[in-house]
Design a protein around this ligand. Structure first.
Ligand SMILES: C[S@@+](CC[C@H](N)C(=O)[O-])C[C@H]1O[C@@H](n2cnc3c(N)ncnc32)[C@H](O)[C@@H]1O
Length: 217
């Protein structure tokens, strides 16, 4: 399938934007890839990350980025400290993700309890080193109710952090607004280091923001 057919609508709607051109040239399925690169540059979230869960992964650009770093990590961290012999990446979304070699995907709703059982089966008793969530609710246009729904989704995701190993990292997308502090506080209870960050690649018009949690308690 051609990259054009896979690229997400949001990316295609920004055709005149430098990140759109860059994504197309470099073979990324969405310009969101550059948000994750910026987050990595600032917070080094992929350090020693081999088992990675990407929630809300369609069309798949974060999976492409995750695969790049996980692959590099196999040779980069062959030392006596924490490392794994293989990487495992799972992308989950309510939409289907076109295949990416050596990356697993599942079409599921993360808020559904049966989805968690499927993810646990995938993990075979292990835990993730890194959880990414760029998942976002379908916006209605009402900023207030959209933000409330997005917060609800984020809190559900925070509830499944028993799938993340201790000292693991999380990146989660939120919308700025009233309940932002609620998620920030919940993150503070779970991670030693918590910061919010708006990458340059995130459109100025959008109220999205990412919360980064490092070093899970
Ligand atoms: C902005 S897109 C993600 C883009 C992706 N990070 C990339 O780089 O290609 C947000 C995704 O979240 C997904 N999503 C929203 N709610 C979800 C849920 N409850 N469970 C799983 N995926 C969900 C949507 O279907 C959508 O594909």
């Amino acid at each position: 399938m051609s990259l054009g057919a896979i690229m997400d609508k949001d990316t295609i709607n920004h055709k005149n934007e430098p990140f759109y051109t860059k994504a197309k040239q470099q073979g990324y399925r969405a310009r969101s890839a550059y948000k994750l690169f910026e987050i990595q540059k600032k917070y080094n979230i992929f350090k020693r990350s081999f088992y990675i869960l990407d929630i809300g992964s369609a069309p798949g650009s974060w999976l492409q980025v995750a695969k790049k770093f996980a692959e590099e990590n196999l040779t980069k961290y062959q030392d006596r400290h924490y490392h794994r012999e293989e990487y495992k990446i799972l992308g989950v979304d309510i939409k289907k993700v076109s295949p990416i070699e050596q990356v697993d995907t599942m079409k599921l709703d993360i808020t559904n309890p049966s989805s968690i059982i499927k993810i646990q089966t995938f993990l075979e008793g292990e835990k993730f080193d890194l959880v990414l969530s760029d998942a976002s609710i379908k916006k209605s246009g009402n900023k207030f109710s959209d933000q409330v729904r997005q917060v609800k989704l984020c809190l559900k995701i925070l509830d499944i952090l028993y799938l993340l190993k201790s000292k693991g990292n999380l990146v989660i997308k939120l919308f700025q607004g009233e309940d932002f502090k609620r998620v920030h506080r919940a993150m503070k209870a779970k991670f030693h280091f918590v910061k919010s960050y708006k990458p340059r690649a995130s459109s100025k018009k959008s109220n999205e923001i990412y919360i980064i949690g490092l070093n899970k308690k």
